[in-house]
Design a protein around this ligand. Sequence first.
Ligand code: FES
Length: 105
Amino acid sequence: MSTEWLTAGNDGAIAPNDVQRCDIGDATYAVVKTGDGRCFVIDGLCTHGKAHLADGFVDGDVIECPKHNGRFNVVTGAAIATPARVAVRSYETRVRDGVVEFRVG
Ligand code: FES
């Protein structure tokens, strides 16, 4: 299990209530900035129908899938609105020197 911090993007490039896609190898992540400016990295694909959550909409701590409007809490990853029923992973995330970093371990 890796404890290495991975780079997800630049903090300044993401506005509050917005999301950016981050691809590393074969994995896809969504880098979310909440309404109050906190960053969270979550799995990039919706657990319902594999839509890219980076194409979704952020409101506060919640991201809404662009395909069928399922919703996830970005802090916990919990699915909070159907048709999404299975959580995404929300990874340990930090911002250092303006760079958003996360680790999957
Ligand atoms: S693909 Fe996300 S709710 Fe269906």
